[in-house]
Design a binder for this molecule. Structure first.
Ligand SMILES: NC(=O)c1ccc[n+]([C@@H]2O[C@H](COP(=O)([O-])OP(=O)(O)OC[C@H]3O[C@@H](n4cnc5c(N)ncnc54)[C@H](OP(=O)(O)O)[C@@H]3O)[C@@H](O)[C@H]2O)c1
Length: 293
């Protein structure tokens, strides 16, 4: 195994960067496929990763990145091209002798989803199931990283403006997902063929999330429930893609209907350590929640 680097795609992204770091800390060889070379890829190289640069839609680049690889993490952002990127990865993996792929999907992935991205995640899972490599699918609920993305601080108050009504989920941090990815890639046998929903430890609605954030940050924080149309306008204003807006508008309804809810012990069972709470996440990442204005 030590002769074969483990390929981490999306290696400068939220889950990929942490998974690469975790594997390197375990002493395992990592090849990091990065979209472009920048400070993020330099950090990975400093940690000891071999850097490969390329586009997941370019089969020759992906084939080169997979040379000599037996285990890999596959992740693609919520952008058009997931099916093409997954098919490209599956074909290049078959050519290169890939044996195990850990695939980032999402909790709302299903054949009938109204979200284009979620339906494509379901199809992408099937493509990898047909491919010769053994597949493990991860289906996380909303990441804790959505909290800083949606954080606004005005007039002495933090506000989360989101279209989730009174729905609930257990936010999960990317670092905890990365520990799962690394643990599976280090010892894949018992996981092949499994689909794991991934949750944080405590299911909450956004009023409860705001209350916990307020306790950590020492400022008032409130949840402002808004319509899906109002949220779509907010996303458009900050330049988000129509693909992402279509996805979030559709899964907001799923969220209200409980598709994102739940919690279990999968992360602790696979990694030996429980995932972090919202309180721990906000405490660790306090700098991502500015409280001056
Ligand atoms: N956020 C959530 O709440 C949530 C919940 C459940 C599931 N998910 C799933 O999580 C996945 C995203 O994972 P993440 O948050 O770890 O990723 P991320 O932070 O969005 O990072 C994406 C990575 O992929 C790279 N990349 C983008 N396009 C590429 C291309 N064409 N070729 C090569 N590399 C490319 C990016 O590099 P550059 O930055 O240089 O472009 C970046 O390193 C999505 O599939 C999403 O459905 C997310």
């Amino acid at each position: 195994m030590s002769d074969h680097p483990i390929l981490i795609t999306g290696a400068t992204g939220k889950t990929g960067a942490e998974a690469a770091r975790d594997l390197l800390e375990q002493g395992l060889p990592v090849r990091a496929l990065v979209h472009r070379q920048d400070d993020r890829s330099t950090r990975l190289a400093t940690l000891g990763a071999e850097i490969a640069t390329g586009d997941l839609l370019d089969i020759d680049a992906v084939r080169r990145a997979l040379e000599g690889v037996r285990r890999a993490y596959f992740v693609y952002p919520i952008e058009p091209g997931l099916i093409e990127a997954t098919t490209t990865f599956a074909q290049a993996g078959a050519e290169a002798g890939l044996e195990v792929v850990v695939n980032m999907s999402q909790i709302s992935a299903r054949r009938t989803s109204h979200s284009d991205a979620a339906r494509q995640h379901w199809l992408a899972e099937r493509v990898l199931d047909w491919s010769p490599a053994g597949a493990v699918h991860l289906r996380p609920t909303f990441f804790a990283e959505w909290l800083p993305i949606n954080w606004r601080f005005t007039d002495g108050t933090g506000v989360l403006r989101l279209p989730f009504a009174e729905g609930r989920h257990a936010p999960i941090a990317a670092t905890d997902q990365a520990r799962v990815i690394a643990a599976i890639l280090a010892n894949p046998d018992e996981h092949i063929g499994h689909t794991y929903p991934l949750y944080g430890p405590v299911e909450m609605n956004h009023h409860e999330i705001a209350e916990v954030m307020s306790g950590v940050l020492g400022v008032p924080v409130r949840y402002d429930p808004i319509s899906t149309d109002a949220y779509a306008e907010i996303l458009r204003d900050v330049g988000r893609s129509e693909h992402l807006i279509q996805h979030l508008s559709a899964v907001a309804i799923d969220y209200r209907e409980g598709i994102f809810a739940g919690t279990d012990d999968t992360i602790e069972r696979i990694t030996g350590k429980p995932p972090q709470t919202v309180e721990q996440y906000v405490t660790t990442n306090r700098n991502l929640f500015p409280t001056t204005r």
